[in-house]
Design a protein around this ligand. Structure first.
Ligand SMILES: [Zn+2]
Length: 89
């Protein structure tokens, strides 16, 4: 959950972000970046229990790790960076 103060900026930056699952405030470093977290925005369609609602949630890395450990099929993983032993083609 993001908490904003009033801003005239077209892209407002949240002052605080809380994990929707555990309620912990995400840590913000000295230059203003928040620790990484999962953001989900979902607009539910017809024939769902949330018909027409848009849900927004933020999940901290600890809660995300716990959540995916319960999956029968783990997330598909791709790496954004080279791994040890790999070289650029
Ligand atoms: Zn959490």
């Amino acid at each position: 959950m993001k908490v904003f103060t009033e801003s005239k900026s077209a892209q407002p930056v949240p002052n605080e972000i809380y994990c929707n699952k555990c309620g912990r405030a995400l840590i913000r470093n000295k230059v203003g970046y928040f620790e990484d977290f999962l953001e989900i925005t979902k607009t539910w369609g017809y024939h769902s229990p949330f018909d027409g609602q848009t849900h927004e949630i933020d999940i901290c890395i600890e809660c995300y790790s716990e959540w995916i450990s319960q999956f029968e099929i783990p997330p598909q993983v791709e790496y954004a960076y080279l791994q040890a032993g790999e070289e650029y083609a």
